[in-house]
Design a protein around this ligand. Structure first.
Ligand code: NAG
Ligand code: NAG
Ligand code: NAG
Ligand code: NAG
Ligand code: NAG
Ligand code: NAG
Length: 227
């Protein structure tokens, strides 16, 4: 009987996980429930779906507080909503805000990672009061790799999803809001061509390139919404 042995092992949740290169085994140590549904961090004001993003006109509905939300269907679709702020200790007035939305298809890879491949209609707004261009919208179409994931049960918050980014750093844990995902339609929701993409603006604001990945990984700061 394997279970007692497995349950006596320390929880995987807070280990530096990229070490685990062998194929994943979905034991109760790894996930006490399936990943399907909608998950949200912190005070859970950021939630995927129609309450966050309006892709047809590339607009956002700003949540009350920062946070992130991921949704997964049982047939391979994901959606991400993120509202992040990156404080700057050197220049306290230079807080960078990012509103980010994307969706596409995901795969639970046998080595324990998750790959997320976007449809191409994702977008993000970056506000950086100290940059040459202080507020702009751009297409966001990055393929994302999460090197490990686990789901555990918190005594008060219930099921929690822990994702580890491409570099092994953990994201804030997210509580399960629902087992059926709250998502926009799982197909491209606006036409993106080279002409409509505003990626060219990045070259005017090199810092936005630098902050794009790190901002999404910093701890939560609860600040006023972006204008
Ligand atoms: C796991 O598989 C993904 C997708 O093929 C790959 O990108 C990643 O590097 C692999 N991780 C490890 C630890 O081998
Ligand atoms: C854990 O995740 C795997 C892969 O999605 C799934 O097959 C399994 O049912 C999950 N375990 C539980 C207890 O839900
Ligand atoms: C975008 O479209 C939604 C309806 O889908 C509308 O409510 C909203 O006002 C529009 N926003 C902008 C900035 O045009
Ligand atoms: C903080 O702001 C200063 C002044 O704008 C800038 O030089 C520095 O690169 C910023 N640091 C980070 C981590 O963004
Ligand atoms: C978005 O990224 C995916 C995956 O790399 C790619 O297949 C697709 O062509 C990209 N779409 C756009 C509009 O760049
Ligand atoms: C994209 O453009 C095509 C051709 O103009 C149109 O039929 C389609 O409805 C558009 N899709 C979206 C999501 O706007």
């Amino acid at each position: 009987m394997m279970m007692p042995v497995l349950l006596s092992l320390p929880l995987l949740v807070f280990l530096p996980l990229p070490v685990l290169a062998q194929d994943i085994q979905y034991t109760l140590q790894h996930n006490v429930t399936t990943i399907y549904g909608t998950w949200s961090s912190g005070s859970q004001n950021v939630v995927t779906g129609a309450g966050f993003a309006q892709p047809a006109n590339m607009s956002f509905i700003y949540p009350k507080t920062t946070g992130m939300s991921y949704s997964f269907t049982s047939d391979g679709y994901y959606e991400i909503a993120r509202y992040r702020m990156n404080g700057n200790g050197t220049s306290p007035n230079c807080i960078t805000g990012v509103m980010n939305w994307c969706h596409g298809t995901y795969e639970l890879v046998s080595n324990g990672s998750i790959t997320m491949t976007p449809f191409g209609d994702g977008y993000q707004q970056i506000q950086d009061p100290c940059a040459a261009i202080s507020n702009f919208m751009e297409t966001y179409n990055d393929t994302e790799l999460y090197v490990q994931w686990s789901i555990y049960q918190d005594p008060t918050l219930g099921y929690m999803l822990q994702l580890y980014q491409f570099d092994g750093s953990p994201l804030p844990p997210m509580a399960q809001l629902s087992t059926s995902p709250n998502m926009l339609p799982t197909q491209a929701l606006r036409n993106v061509s080279a002409a409509t993409s505003v990626l060219g603006q990045r070259s005017c604001d090199l810092r936005s390139v630098d902050i794009e990945a790190p901002v999404l990984g910093v701890g939560l700061l609860t600040l006023n919404p972006l204008q």
